[in-house]
Write a protein that binds this ligand. Sequence first.
Ligand code: GLC
Length: 449
Amino acid sequence: MKNPIDSAYKILRDSIITFEGRPIGTVASLHPDLPAENYQECFVRDFMPSATVFLHDGEYEIVRNFLETVLQLHKQQRCIVGHKIVPGVLPASFKVVQASGGREELIADFGDRAIGRVAPVDSIMFWVTLLARYVEITDDADFARQPVIQEALRDILNLLLKDSFEIYPTLLTPDGSFMVDRRMGVYGHPLEVQALFYGVLRLMPFLMAHDDENKKSLELAKKREEILRDYVRKYYWLDIERLNEIHRFKTEQFGYEISNVLNIYPESIPGWVVDWLPDNAGYLAGNIGPGRMDFRFFALGNLLAIILGLADEEESSAIFNLFEARWNDLVGDMPLKICYPALEGPEWELITGCDPKNVAWSYHNGGNWPCLMWAFTGAAMRTGRREPARRAFEIACRRLPEDDWPEYYDGKNGRLIGRRASFKQVWSASSLIVSHKVLEDPDLVSKLI
Ligand code: GLC
């Protein structure tokens, strides 16, 4: 049998794309007969685990070039159906094309070419997170102090803190604006975006110059960070105690001193959650809005909440109790279930718009994604839970190289290779390398993830 890590490294090395001779990123997949054209592009979110490997191995140049390339593309503003892309928005993905005269050209997708025209809200946040990691690991604070980067950080913060009609401290986002980039009922205030938003607010004081120009925005960021943290911990958190409260909630309350602030109807508690949630466990709900609590468990949102400090110690530990108690549902035959449970029948019809890729227990709708391993291992090690991290890593090693690094798996326990999955999916491979490195040297986790 091939050594899984060697085989993963081969995928990662072969995936590197260059622009004018310099490495600038990695394609999403090396599959020769791609299920979607955009898999030839470098996705900002997919680059996270790959960048983590490069940073660990001291290959700083590709990460620096990637950070600069994304920024350069953000300057190429164009019109999206009638309005200009606002400063601060970063692309979902980009590619290098051959232009006339043997020149190379970079083309970005800001959602204006994407399937369903989805907005890449998470790209901004992953870019800031990676910038912070790059600066910390290389100790190259001057990189972030360059005027062009400072200007981008200011634009990003202004965009994120912009006034809107919103009452909540969470960030209102359109459907499909993060890893789940299709209709899945994830519009509004999805956890994954809130966790990333919180991470960015925390990182800004470290990255932005503390001068008069930034003073006001940094103060606002600090305030928002605290309010957001308290809000998410209070309203997104679900354990048996909270479920009991919701079960007996009074509704239609008005004013300040009320318990059911978001007017959640107890009748909306889905039958599955009551017996599924163990006594010693809990998790952050997928989404919260007026009269709406999405009880589904979204793995990446919960894991990023742990990694970025949005979940406190007790909550992080309860989330890992959930992984351990519901191992078959959430890990199964291939780590890791992206979302539990799946939408079925009329719910699937209405919520996904009859998306055949997102049928029950497939793709975003309850599929298992090996690319989540980097976040799972990182969050587990941060919570002091080496055992689940090791166990998941062993399961992933057993199948991934043999199956040729699929993008995702299907079925309740993830036993089948995804029906429409591409093979040689780069973040499936780089995530396994990250897990391997962190398991070998747990001290790396605070630096790398
Ligand atoms: C799919 C996934 C998205 C990922 C992209 C490239 O569109 O939904 O999260 O970034 O593929 O792998």
